[in-house]
Write a protein that binds this ligand. Structure first.
Ligand code: UGA
Length: 438
């Protein structure tokens, strides 16, 4: 089967490489010449553990090109894996998806299955289906919804050993093609559950899953805030809750909220859709409000201890929205740094891989970077600072010798937004430590 994947971001590239790993011939296409050049040199344009190794392993079955027309023409199946960024009003911007659809329409010469992997608002697959039917009279295109559940940093494992493959199909032809395509994933050693349904439900599975996970995080953060006031410990509370299998122990880590390119966008998109349908989702409205506030939780601590932040030196430890990625989209670090700069603070920023992307984010948002110093090690970043704010639970931050906060900082105020250190170890030092819900 000739498979083409449009878009070489997280979703597209990882999907393409994993399908090649299952012996399919895959052409990855993109409009970005630079990305394709890199890929042809064996370099992944995204930071993702194990991806370059898998690209190398399957190089004979993988082609990277900007020649989309040629690729679409030969394809049996085309995956659409381009991004769907959030518009200012919270709705999903589908321009990239529709550009791909237009290009496919201009290129096709034979019947093809088009699989929508990008996260698109519910009913989009039906709209795309309608466009194909209207514009292509002699060629049959079957549209399939196949949402993605990979998380950045673990995307290879999340794809090969996926929690489930959700396939929204409306006709027998594409049903058979999708079964054949995904067969290797459903067999040993992967054994991924394969679930077929109608397209609209498949679209909703994606949104409901991400929104539910976001809700879990906002809920536990609110409980953590109460624990903090009561003198209870959120880690003991989540441990106690987790014995109930209906609750489980995942996505209950309290902290400074969720970021990234998915939860913030998908919660806004579902909320936006619910309002449009006159069925406003109040749970999601609260979830996003809680998250917004939680992102700035460490500033509350800071403001309690420092009456004036003008010229105060602050270390920001961790810039990415989570560990294992260089992605800084909707990262807590940005919102915090923005406010701190406005208040006149001087920032020492540290991250093991996210500095370049953070610099770009600062520049795109036209923030004055003259008061931000960047460091590639924690020691230098905290030397002489008045406070340290931990934004991302990178292993290197978690394993850091905490006595160094005491010896290197001007004042050892450490505000830990990701509960990186055990309270027992903290008690052995003189650091002035605050974390979330403990
Ligand atoms: C998320 C979902 O986990 C994936 O299943 C989904 O496929 C993906 O979105 C997507 O829609 O493409 P991702 O955004 O990569 O994946 O990151 P997560 O690991 O889910 O983390 C999201 C945010 O939640 C991070 O900022 C993380 O720090 C935060 N988080 C996560 C918590 O604050 N507490 C937790 O217990 C878990």
């Amino acid at each position: 089967m000739e498979v083409v994947v449009a878009g070489t971001g997280y979703v597209g590239l990882v999907t393409g490489v994993c399908l090649a790993n299952m012996n399919h011939n895959v052409t990855c296409v993109d409009i970005d010449e630079e990305k394709i050049k890199k890929l042809n040199k064996g370099i992944s344009p995204i930071y993702e553990d194990g991806l370059e190794e898998l690209m190398l392993k399957n190089k004979d079955r993988l082609t990277y090109t900007t020649n989309r027309k040629n690729a679409y023409k030969k394809a049996d199946v085309i995956f659409v894996g381009v991004n769907t960024p959030e518009r200012e009003d919270g709705s999903a911007n589908l321009d990239y998806v529709y550009n791909v659809i237009d290009e496919i329409i201009d290129s096709l010469v034979k019947d093809t299955v088009v699989v929508i992997k990008s996260t698109v608002p519910i009913q989009t697959n039906d709209k795309i289906d309608k466009i194909f039917k209207e514009k292509l009279k002699n060629i049959n295109v079957s549209v399939v919804s196949n949402p993605e559940f990979l998380a950045q940093g673990t995307s290879i494992k999340d794809t090969l050993y996926a929690s489930r493959i959700i396939v929204g199909v409306e006709d027998d032809y594409s049903r058979e093609i999708m079964r054949e395509l995904y067969k290797p994933f459903t067999e040993e050693p992967y054994n991924v559950p394969y679930v077929e349904m109608d397209r609209k439900s498949a679209e909703m599975v994606k949104y409901a899953s991400n929104n539910f996970l976001a809700l879990k995080i906002s809920f536990i953060n609110e409980v953590a805030n109460l624990c903090g006031k009561l003198g209870a410990n959120i880690e003991n509370v989540t441990k106690g809750m987790s014995y109930d299998k209906r609750i489980g122990n995942k996505f209950l880590n309290a902290g400074i909220g969720y970021g990234g390119s998915c939860f913030p966008k998908d919660t806004m998109a579902l909320y936006h859709l619910s309002k449009e349908l006159n069925s406003e989702m109040l749970t999601i409205k609260s979830c996003t409000e809680v998250n917004k506030k939680q992102t700035l939780k460490l500033l509350e601590y800071l403001n309690n201890d420092f009456k004036n932040l003008d010229s105060i030196k602050i270390a920001i430890l961790g810039l990415t929205f989570k560990p294992g990625t260089d992605d800084v989209r909707n990262a807590a670090s940005f919102d915090n740094v923005k406010i701190l700069l406005e208040k006149g603070a001087v920032i020492n920023a540290y991250d093991p891989v996210g500095i370049n992307n953070f610099k770009k984010l600062i520049s795109v948002n036209k923030l004055d970077d003259s008061k931000i110093n960047y460091f590639d090690n924690i020691e230098d970043a905290i030397t002489g600072v008045d406070a340290a704010l931990i934004m991302t639970e990178w292993p290197i931050i978690k394993n850091f010798d905490i006595t160094k906060y005491e010896t290197l900082m001007n004042e050892p105020y450490v505000y830990d937004g990701r509960n990186c250190y055990s309270l027992k170890n903290v008690k052995k030092t003189n650091i002035k430590y605050k974390s979330i819900g403990r």
